[in-house]
Design a protein. Sequence first.
Length: 208
Amino acid sequence: MSDEGSGGSRAVRGAASRDRVVRSALRAYAANGYTGSPLAGIAQAAGLTTAGLLHHFPSKEELLIAVLKERDRLDGERFQLRGFVGLKALDALLELVTANTATPGLVRAFTVLMGESAAEDHPAAPWFTERYPRRRDNLAAALRSGIQAGEVREDTDSDAVAAEVIAMMDGLQVQWLLNPDQVDMAKIFAHYIDSVRRAVQIPGDQSP
C-alpha cells in the first residue's frame, strides 16, 4: 500500500472517530447535561480511550463547541429558516422549541455555555457572536419574503420582530430550565407565536 493510500485511510479513520466522539457527546449531554458527562464515559461510548478522545478534542470545552455545532447542523436539517417565506418560518421555530423539550440536558448545556461565552476570552464566544446575527438575518429574510408575497404587513419591522422572537425563545428556555414544572415552554411559545402572527399577518390572510 502506498504512503498516500495509508495516509488517506488514516484520515478517514480519524474523521470517523471524531464523528463518533461528537455523536456520543451529543447523546451524553442530552441525557445527563454537560457537567454530568465525563470525558471518560464519552470516550468509552465512542470506542476510544480518554487519550484518544483528547487527540481529537484537547479540552472538554472544545468538545462541547463541536457538539453545539453538530446540534445546529441537525436543527438546520429539520428547521432550516433559510428559504422560508413569511409565517412558515415562525411555524418552524415553534417545531424547534417543541423538539427541544425532549432534550433538557442538551438545552441546559447549550444555555450554560451561552452564558459563559459572554466572557471575552471564552473559546465559545466567537461561535455565539456569529450565531445570533445569522439567526436574526434568516428570520428577518423570511419575513421580508412574506411582505413581497403579500402575506406579511408592509409596515412590519422584520429585523425587530426577528430579534424579539429569538429573545423570547432563549429567555423562555432559561425559565423552563429553572422551573420545568411551572413553565410549559412549548405551550407558552405557541401562544406567543400566535400573537406575533396576528400582529404581522395581513388582515384576511388565512395562511395556516
